[in-house]
Design a protein around this ligand. Structure first.
Ligand code: NAD
Length: 295
């Protein structure tokens, strides 16, 4: 029997790659409901599948901030009375000094990253509980496990997702519903291009103190070279999602890269987090004084 999979945020990046991969599965194991906020962006997915929609795929409109579109998509999927696997993948980033993050930008990040995942899970949980089967997979982030400079609101939203899922997993255990957080490091997608602007007026850095502005510019350079040197391709992270989809007992958390393991270990090794804060500062800004550029 086919597994029904609903994925949010399929117009680009990881969601697009995962939907294409599952819909093209050689043995036709999956019926994929690839959902996206804007159906006009569905062409990329169809192109990936050779231009036509296979019977393993249905594209649905779903904005995770809109409860009505979620209810409609969930109903369409659950008409089938099959075991469902939901992939909460829709997400947005927000970078910048905290002082520059507008209320609107912060609310959007939480509305998509945290409440979007909550709404998606809520839409499928009752049926999963009745069937005593189901899986929920979440695109989380290394930024959900450790703080990252100039990503405080994004990290806060992903930390919230981590707490949400860890708490829920405890209750879902007797229902045979598995929940897995996939912790991605940098991945080559439109994620950086799709960042929320900290301040829609665009005047964000004016009025900010010179030292923070300097640190932020140094962070942006660090981020650029980190992506350049270490970002994974979507194809490289898909196996981690596929494993979470098919392994009999998936773990609550899995990472897509070991790159951040030393920092994570350091964080766990010093529970008061002093060492982590220092090490992360040195990793991003170098060992020099905060004010000057590194040679
Ligand atoms: P992406 O920007 O290509 O994909 C995110 C998708 O979410 C987009 O298709 C976007 O349209 C969609 N989306 C945004 N708001 C939505 C809404 N309200 N309703 C429905 N869809 C919405 O970037 P990606 O890298 O593929 O991101 C996928 C997930 O992976 C995100 O949750 C992101 O936080 C996470 N992640 C990405 C990276 C990275 O470096 N790319 C690292 C860690 C975690």
């Amino acid at each position: 029997e086919r597994t029904t999979v609903l994925i949010t945020g399929c117009s680009s990046g990881i969601g697009l790659g995962l939907a294409a991969r599952l819909a093209a599965d050689a043995t036709g194991r999956f019926k994929v409901y690839a959902t996206m906020r804007d159906l006009a962006k569905g062409d990329r997915l169809l192109e990936r599948l050779g231009g036509c929609c296979p019977d393993t795929l249905e594209v649905l409109q779903l904005d995770v901030t809109d409860p009505c579109s979620l209810a409609a998509a969930a109903q369409r999927v659950q008409e089938q009375q099959l075991d469902v696997l939901a992939v909460c993948n829709a997400g947005v980033g927000l970078m910048g000094p905290l002082e520059t993050c507008s209320d609107q930008a912060m609310k959007t990040v939480f509305d998509v990253n945290l409440f979007g995942a909550v709404r998606t899970i809520q839409a499928f949980l009752p049926a999963m509980k009745r069937r005593r089967a189901g899986r929920i997979i979440i695109s989380s982030s290394i930024g959900g496990l450790q703080g990252l400079p100039f990503n405080s609101v994004y990290c806060a939203s992903k930390f919230a997702v981590e707490g949400l899922c860890e708490s829920l997993a405890i209750v879902l255990q007797p229902f045979n519903i598995h929940l897995t957080l996939v912790e991605c490091g940098p991945v080559n997608t439109s994620f950086l291009a799709n960042l929320q602007h900290p301040d829609p007026e665009g005047s964000e850095l004016q009025g900010l103190d010179a030292e923070t502005r300097d640190l932020y510019h140094r962070y942006l350079r660090h981020c650029q070279s980190l992506f350049h040197d270490t970002a994974q391709e979507v194809e490289d992270v898909l196996p981690v999602f596929l494993e979470a989809i098919s392994t009999p007992c998936p773990p609550l958390r899995c990472v897509t890269t070991q790159l951040f393991a030393p920092l994570s270990r350091l964080r766990l090794a010093s529970p008061d987090s002093t060492m982590y804060v220092r090490a992360m500062h040195d990793f991003v800004f170098g060992h020099g004084e905060a004010g000057g550029d590194q040679p």
